[in-house]
Every structure is written in structure tokens, then in C-alpha cells.
Design a protein around this ligand. Structure first.
Ligand SMILES: [Zn+2]
Length: 219
């Protein structure tokens, strides 16, 4: 551009005012778009409750969620397996079916032989479902499930579905979430050789395992 054209691109006072107004509108939109992109790329394991649900919900695959009143279960206390009765408990079977319907048929396991040591599996109230932490799509599916399980509900109840289902703890991809330490979030877990990178584990309270929590009693 030559010297002579400078006056055509020099902003007027009105142009500057317009730009400021436009910027005020455009900035939040740009921010929302980049937050979405960030969320998608990082596939965060869960439940940052301050991200804003509408920003992160759109790309997630989640089980159908019934509507519930505000009343909700207390967090499950720790009540580890001590007995042997490997028959699958009905609440655990329901959650297995919900997961397979939502994310497709895949390997799973509930009751384990009692010789395998003390575990909720030996009481039929633990569930393993195959997801692969090294596959992008499989990892996203599992993360989407945990997002659904641990997000606050419309009443502001934290970790709402985990409480309604009586989830006592969960282990997935080297991390563990404990209902009895809810403010600690996901903590590092190194308990087994694969550290749950080829499946996730859910342990249920007896109330959840026996369908006595609000997922079943208030639907
Ligand atoms: Zn397990």
C-alpha cells in the first residue's frame, strides 16, 4: 500500500467503538469454542464441576438418566468384602446391563472364586467391564461413563449417580475414586500389574448391590 491510501485504513472513532462492542460479544464465543476443543482433545477423566456442564456435555455418550427428586443417598461408607457368596447381586447386574446397552457389548465379570482373596467380587457386588485405556475411543467411552457417574445433578447433588447407584469405589486407568473420600477425587492407583488399563472396576455398597438405593427406590 502506498502512502496515499493510508487515510482509507486509518480507523475513525466510530470504527473503534464498533470494534470494542464487537469484541465484547465475540470474546465469550471464542472462549466457549476453544474450551470445547480443549475438552475434546484432553478427554479429561472426570467431573471438574466448575467447567460448566453445557460446555462439556455435548460430545459425551452417557446412559439415559431418569429424573429424580432432590433427595439423594449419602455417600457409601467403606464396607469391604468379608464373606463368600459369588452369585451376582441384582443391582450390579442392572448397572452392567446399563453399561453394555450404552457402550456396546463387551467382556465383563462380577462374581469371582472365593479363593482369590477378600474382595467384593467374592460377594457378587463388584463389576469389571472391559475398556482399553490405550485405545482413544474405548478410553473416551469409559471416561464418558465416569463423567456421567460423578457429575452433579440438576439439584446440585455432587457425584449424583454414584450415590444413587451405591458405588463404593471405582478403579480405572491407574486411578481410584472413593465414595468414602469424595473430596479427594481420583487418586493414583497402582494395586495390580495392569492397574486397570484393560477394564474398569466398580465396587458397590450392599445397599446398591441389593437395589436399595434411590436409583431403584425413587425412579
Ligand atoms: Zn474388579
Amino acid at each position: 500500500m502506498g502512502e496515499s491510501s493510508n487515510r482509507w485504513i486509518r480507523p475513525t472513532r466510530r470504527d473503534l467503538v464498533s470494534a470494542v462492542v464487537l469484541g465484547a460479544v465475540a470474546a465469550p464465543l471464542t472462549y466457549a469454542a476453544s474450551a470445547r476443543q480443549k475438552q475434546e482433545n484432553e478427554e479429561p477423566l472426570v467431573h471438574s464441576e466448575d467447567l460448566g456442564l453445557e460446555l462439556v456435555q455435548w460430545s459425551r455418550k452417557m446412559p439415559p438418566t431418569p429424573s429424580f427428586p432432590a433427595r439423594i443417598d449419602a455417600y457409601a461408607a467403606y464396607d469391604g468384602g468379608t464373606t463368600c457368596g459369588t452369585a451376582s447381586k441384582p443391582g450390579v447386574v442392572d448397572v452392567r446391563n446399563l453399561i453394555l446397552r450404552t457402550y456396546g457389548n463387551r467382556a465383563w465379570s462380577i462374581g469371582h472364586p472365593c479363593t482369590g482373596g477378600v474382595s467384593e467380587h467374592a460377594e457378587g457386588r463388584a463389576l469389571d467391564v472391559a475398556f482399553n485405556a490405550y485405545s482413544r475411543s474405548s478410553r473416551k467411552a469409559a471416561n464418558d461413563f465416569f463423567w456421567w457417574l460423578l457429575r452433579p445433578d440438576s439439584h446440585g447433588n455432587r457425584h449424583a449417580m454414584a450415590r444413587r447407584l451405591g458405588i463404593m469405589y471405582a478403579i480405572w486407568n491407574r486411578k481410584m475414586w472413593r465414595a468414602y473420600r469424595p473430596n479427594e477425587g481420583w487418586l493414583p492407583y497402582t494395586g495390580t500389574s495392569n492397574s486397570h488399563t484393560n477394564h474398569f472396576h466398580l465396587s458397590f455398597s450392599w445397599a446398591g448391590a441389593l437395589r436399595r438405593t434411590t436409583w431403584w427406590t425413587l425412579q
